[in-house]
Design a protein around this ligand. Structure first.
Ligand SMILES: NC(=O)C1=CN([C@@H]2O[C@H](COP(=O)(O)OP(=O)(O)OC[C@H]3O[C@@H](n4cnc5c(N)ncnc54)[C@H](O)[C@@H]3O)[C@@H](O)[C@H]2O)[C@@H](O)CC1
Ligand SMILES: Nc1ncnc2c1ncn2[C@@H]1O[C@H](COP(=O)(O)OP(=O)(O)O)[C@@H](O)[C@H]1O
Ligand SMILES: [K+]
Length: 463
């Protein structure tokens, strides 16, 4: 579940400073970063003629190291700079390059372009002529690499501060930065690579890794493997998708509380009629219940409000999605119990937490703290945030997920894993991973129902 750490520029500087304080030589660290990047570029481009663009700071310093090491391997390398080198390490790397340095604005293109103009030190967008020339050079090349970050992206929030071209590979140095995973910046690189600099890094915010799941033990039975209740409403299909996802997530038993007609299949889902709040409350008295899901297809009428109120007051572990989040945003009297899981998409997040500022990671963390619950802030870059400051980011998955009903499947998975594990953060992380893996296995143009069929194999892959 724990992928590599994601650090802001300030955290990265602090980690580097701690390494320097412990005796690491700053220039040795630049040589290590440059060597790691040069190795990745070499493996992709081999002897392709190369133009390295070097900026004024340490990102440019990395560029001079890369240029020298590629030249040492026999690559035809040209260097073009944007002004003088301003840091001690970058100046040293420039001297060690020992070759001509062209002006970036008038330098001719090459088959392979390496962008070492700006990294985490970028404070504003590139000047228009610089951004335009960068785009021309990168887009005119067959192979392109961004060193640490594509120049022009806000490293901490993934914003595009000026025109940014699309690169083949972005080589992250030392750690991922939010912009490697948050959109729109995350869309500017075809592939991510990571160079390990061997420095110690904080790990509270990480890329989502694959979970370690376990088989039911010999003592397992349907009630100790996790009992899930899904509260239904006018749109029976939505709660049914969620109920099946919960059942296929490894839970032992799933009940769907219906208000209208019953859904035909699968027969494994136990369906009971519960239209009013008091009927739902009675259903939720069962102490074996490990998770209650409210939201998918719940409805926004008065009876739906009554069913939601019963869920909120049940004392059972909760997953709140869709209409339950709409209710929570418009009715201040409905308070979300701490320890729940909320799964808002962008619109739902704005309605609930629209006043929060900062990157998507910052906002997800602030939202989690505010409601004392795990927040799964969905999208192409899904952030799972806990009130204790932990966050995981899942990005770069199948964009075919942008189809109706896939959110219901995710909510059902979260409820299922919550009933299995009893741990909201772990459950949310496992659910997001399984959802992404089921999508990957479903290929193209799938519908939400197809994800359900892909779930057993996705789980089997992690046992
Ligand atoms: N600190 C270190 O020792 C290490 C840093 N590394 C590299 O260093 C980078 C960070 O280096 P820096 O902090 O020097 O920052 P950058 O090299 O990203 O750029 C900073 C410089 O650009 C200027 N600047 C910022 N925005 C600008 C704009 N829009 N137009 C023109 N100039 C602008 C700043 O005033 C500053 O002089 C990382 O991304 C990474 O590539 C690596 O070499 C590993 C070791
Ligand atoms: N462009 C996209 N790329 C990748 N995943 C996406 C994209 N758009 C949506 N998703 C994912 O698909 C799911 C959609 O959920 P949601 O918006 O609640 O849909 P619905 O309400 O129709 O079920 C979420 O898990 C979200 O992260
Ligand atoms: K760069």
């Amino acid at each position: 579940m724990d992928g590599p750490p994601i650090l802001t520029a300030m955290q990265m500087r602090a980690a580097e400073q701690a390494a320097f304080d412990a005796g690491t030589d700053p220039y040795a660290l630049m040589e290590k970063a440059g060597a790691g990047a040069a190795e990745i570029i070499w493996r992709t481009g081999h002897r392709r003629d190369t133009l390295v663009l070097c900026g004024p700071g340490n990102n440019g310093g990395d560029g001079f190291v890369i240029a020298r090491l590629l030249r040492d391997r026999g690559v035809t390398v040209r260097v073009a700079a944007l002004g003088e080198s301003r840091t001690a390490s970058a100046q040293r790397a420039r001297v060690a390059w020992d070759g001509p340095v062209e002006d970036m604005l008038i330098a001719a293109g090459a088959g392979q372009v390496v962008d070492a103009l700006f990294g985490t030190g970028l404070t504003r967008g590139l000047e228009a002529p610089v951004a335009a020339r960068l785009c021309e050079l990168v887009e005119g090349a067959t192979l392109s690499h961004a060193v640490d970050l594509p120049s022009g992206v806000g490293g901490d929030d993934g914003a595009l501060l000026s025109d940014v071209p699309r690169y083949g590979i972005c080589v992250a140095l030392g750690a991922f930065k939010p912009a490697h995973l948050l959109y729109p910046a995350a869309g500017q690189a075809g592939r991510l690579a990571l160079v390990d600099l061997g420095i110690s890094l904080p790990g509270t915010v990480r890329r989502l890794g694959s979970p370690a799941l376990t088989m039911p033990g010999p003592d397992a039975h349907k009630y100790n493997r996790g009992l899930v209740v899904v509260i239904g409403g006018g749109m029976a299909g939505a709660s049914q998708l969620a109920a099946v996802a919960a059942a296929r997530s490894g839970a032992g038993a799933v009940r769907r509380l219906a208000i209208g007609g019953m859904v035909a299949e699968p027969h494994a889902i136990i369906q009971r009629r519960a239209e009013q709040g008091d009927a739902v409350a009675r259903e939720l008295e069962d102490e074996r219940i490990g998770a209650v899901l409210a939201g998918p297809g719940l409805g926004l009428d008065q009876e739906a409000g009554g069913r939601l109120t019963a869920a909120l007051g049940s004392g059972r572990p909760l997953v709140l999605d869709a209409d339950a989040l709409t209710w929570a945003a418009k009715d201040a009297a409905l308070s979300v119990p701490g320890g729940s899981i909320l799964t808002p998409h962008e619109g739902e997040f704005q309605r609930l937490f629209g006043d929060l500022r900062g990157s998507k990671v910052d906002r997800a963390l602030a939202a989690a703290l505010r409601v004392g619950s795990v927040v799964v802030y969905k999208g192409p870059d899904t952030v799972i945030a806990a009130p204790d400051g932990r966050a995981r980011v899942a990005s770069g998955g199948s964009t075919w997920l942008s189809t109706a009903g896939t959110g219901d499947v995710l909510a059902g998975l979260a409820a299922g894993r919550l009933a299995v594990t009893g741990d909201p953060f772990r459950a949310a992380c496992e659910a997001v991973w399984l959802h992404g893996e089921a999508a990957r296995r479903s290929g193209a143009a799938f519908i939400a129902d197809d994800l359900l069929r892909a779930l057993p194999a996705a789980i089997a892959a992690r046992l």
